[in-house]
Every structure is written in structure tokens, then in C-alpha cells.
Design a protein around this ligand. Sequence first.
Ligand SMILES: Nc1ncnc2c1ncn2[C@@H]1O[C@H](COP(=O)(O)OP(=O)(O)O)[C@@H](O)[C@H]1O
Ligand SMILES: [Mg+2]
Length: 255
Amino acid sequence: MHLEVNHLYKQFTTRRGSLVALKDINLHVEQGEFVCVVGASGSGKSTLLRLVAGLETPTAGEILVDGIPVTGPGSDRGMVFQRYTLYPWMTVAENVGFGLKLQRASKIERRQLTSYYLEVVGLAEFAKAFPKELSGGMKQRVAIARALASQPKILLMDEPFGALDVQTKEAMQQFMLELWQRTGTTILTITHDVSEAVFLAQRVYVLSARPGQVREEVFVDLPVDRNYHVKRTDRFRNYEIEIVDLLRAQTQVAA
Ligand SMILES: Nc1ncnc2c1ncn2[C@@H]1O[C@H](COP(=O)(O)OP(=O)(O)O)[C@@H](O)[C@H]1O
Ligand SMILES: [Mg+2]
């Protein structure tokens, strides 16, 4: 798996004129990598992820998955959004198997993959529950299981823990890191949370404020099997400071 974004531009036409949301974005994600893009609100993060997901079309530039240009949504890219996007009338298991149904997977395959990924996210006992019976963190784990069940080449996440309280968010970050180590999934996550980016990623792309441009690529050289204790170390804090300073410098330029 190899994701490549080359000279990507996105311009929106609004009633008040045109708006450049993304300018000359270049980035890549390699097989098995966990990469984060961090940027202030309005820097075009969601736009970038929607472009990679094929939900928007670029104004210029290209997006390649294993060398093949993205022209629309596809099961090779799994998506997790900030807001819970579960179907309230379906059980947890039905939600997880939904994408597989669309892909016309057989009933047996659907059942196997659904139970496997419910196991992966630690929700096997909740297969028959409905979304309203779950906490926010659990709902997001269902959304992650649903995205993984279609066995995408890459998992795309847009501020996946942004709607959660601080404790749940920390638990979910740890959970995500362990899931990544266990499954070897290739992940691209977008966040405005610097600490989250440093904690999760092996590489962080720092976006400037509007128009979003990649200002820096930061290699996070922390142990792969990090846990939340690492957040109290100097090395962790130094990465946070580096990225916060980069974001701040960019905000001042734009202001
Ligand atoms: N469909 C759209 N039409 C017009 N403007 C849009 C559209 N989607 C996003 N934008 C604008 O593009 C900019 C980047 O938005 P977004 O990608 O949501 O940023 P972020 O996720 O970093 O907060 C914002 O100024 C937003 O208003
Ligand atoms: Mg966004």
C-alpha cells in the first residue's frame, strides 16, 4: 500500500467569491505507517481527507493509491468521521457488516469478518446492542470496526476522537495505537490536537492556516509501543512544542 498526494489544490466557489482551501499539498503514507496531519481549524484538514476518500474532486493535482488515481470513493479506503455515523436502527453487528453487504460479500464472510472486527475493537459482547445503548467511545469503536471490516488498504480518520471527553479520548488514543500495532493497518489521521498527533503518529505533517499547505514534516522518534506515560517525557513535550510553534507561526502569518 502506498498513498501519494501530489501538488493537490482545492478551491471552492462560494457566494462571496472563491476560496483556496488547499494549496500544493504533497504527502505520502507507506504500508503499515501511522501518519497524522495536524492543522488549525479551517486549514483544510477535512477537505484533504474528503479528497483522499474520493468524496470531493481536486481542483488540480493527483491522489494515487498504489499508483492508481483516485476518482471516487472506494473500498480500498475506509473512513471514520468525527461524528458518530452509525445507523441507529441497526444493531452493532449490522452496522459493522453494512459495508460488506454493499460489497456483496457472502453471508458467511460477512458474519466472520463482523465478529472478527468486533473482537478487534473489544465489542464482541455488544454485537446485538443498538448504538443508543453505547457510550461515545464505544460508538467510535464500532465505526472503526465497520471501516476495517471492508478490509481497506488504508484507514482514513477525521478527528475521530474530537467529540469525546478527555478521559475517553486518551483511552481511545491508546486503543488506536494498540490496534495499529496488532493489525498493521496503514492509517492516515487528521487532527487539530497536537498531543494526539505526537502520541499516535510516526510522522506528522503540519499544515499552515488557510490556504492549507504542508509547512513541515516531523518525524516522531518515540518508542513504537508507547503508552500514555510517554506524554510526560521531555522528548514528547519537545515534539509538542516544536509543532505548536510551527502552527503558531503560521497563524500569525495568516492573521
Ligand atoms: N463545500 C465547501 N464549500 C465552500 N467552502 C468550503 C467547503 N468545504 C470546506 N470549505 C471551506 O474550506 C476551508 C477548510 O475547511 P475544512 O477542510 O473543513 O477545514 P478543517 O477541517 O481543517 O477545519 C474552510 O474555510 C471552509 O469554510
Ligand atoms: Mg475538519
